[in-house]
Design a protein around this ligand. Structure first.
Ligand code: AAT
Length: 275
């Protein structure tokens, strides 16, 4: 029997994948969780019917949410990931030799456990000795940790349920305070095709707090529209001024020194969202 999975990305558009197997489904305290295997994208983590990550394209998202800010910062030692319970961002962070500690703050412990069980390719660094895993609300965590991090990455679900507050200006203010005086933060900020108002609002909120605010984009086939954005707020370092010749070679599939700056060159319709 053929079984197909559909994510309804908007009220009129979806993505549909032929599945090979359903490994796991459950209702956690926070959301419906599913781990399925798809023919095109391999194993896929789904929360509340929405694709979170897949084996085939996860590298794009996890490399881009981490390496762009980490190589913009001159010497990141302590990093925080909010959300991202699959561990993909953590796996990338600990590739940086200067990193001494990486904290993951994920609200739903079941996402971490199921990822460890079924997605070892992605979650493999969660037991690293440099990594601390906190199961809790990212908003509470940043409010309780001031002036502590060099880089903070908000690897969150779409702005529904427990993630609503992760797209609010008060949260960005708390992140600002949780960063050291030359800290940088990046948040995933959805699709330039489908979430235009959100991108504009987040950019303006971040700009009201941080001296340097930048938007960058990349291609992620399993996320709505296949085209995704990240918003960066930086207290001191400008990614457009990074000395890309000095970026060391690390094991990546998408990120490279050449695209460190080029991802900030935006198509006109995207540039118009943040002008
Ligand atoms: N690495 C790509 C996967 C994610 S998962 C996002 C995670 O954010 C989920 O596991 C969710 O439980 C967690 N989360 C949601 N709200 C909070 C919160 N308040 N504090 C901490 N963690 C939270 C990103 C997918 C992007 C999907 C794009 N369509």
């Amino acid at each position: 029997m053929e079984l197909w999975y559909t994510e309804y990305q908007t009220s009129s558009v979806g993505i549909t994948c032929k599945t090979k197997k359903t490994y796991h489904t459950e209702k956690t305290e926070y959301q419906e969780l599913a781990l399925i295997d798809t023919e095109q994208f391999g194993k896929m983590l789904v929360l509340d019917g929405t694709v979170q990550t897949t084996i085939e394209d996860e590298f794009v998202y996890h490399e881009m949410i981490t390496h762009v800010p980490l190589f913009t910062h001159k010497n990141p030692k302590k990093a925080l990931v909010i959300g991202g319970g699959d561990g993909g961002a953590i796996r990338e962070i600990i590739k940086h030799p200067s990193i001494e500690k990486a904290v993951l703050c994920e609200i739903d412990g079941r996402v971490i456990e199921v990822s460890k069980q079924y997605l070892p390719e992605i979650s493999c660094a969660l037991d690293d000795k440099k990594v601390e895993v906190v199961v809790g609300d990212g908003i509470k965590y940043v409010n309780e940790h001031k002036n502590e991090f060099d880089v903070i990455m908000v690897d969150s679900t779409d702005p529904v349920g427990p993630a609503v507050g992760l797209f609010a200006v008060d949260f960005y203010k708390a992140i600002y305070d949780s960063l050291k005086e030359d800290g940088i933060f990046v948040a995933q900020t959805e699709s330039p095709f489908f979430h235009k108002d959100l991108i504009t609002k987040v950019f303006n909120d971040v700009k009201s707090l941080f001296p340097i605010t930048r938007l960058y984009t990349c291609a992620i086939p399993t996320y709505p529209s296949g085209y995704w954005s990240f918003t960066m707020g930086s207290k001191k370092y400008d990614p457009l001024e990074t000395d890309t010749d000095s970026i060391p070679n690390i094991d990546t599939k998408y990120y490279c020194p050449q695209i460190h700056k080029s991802v900030f060159s935006l198509p006109k319709f995207v540039a118009d969202l943040v002008k």
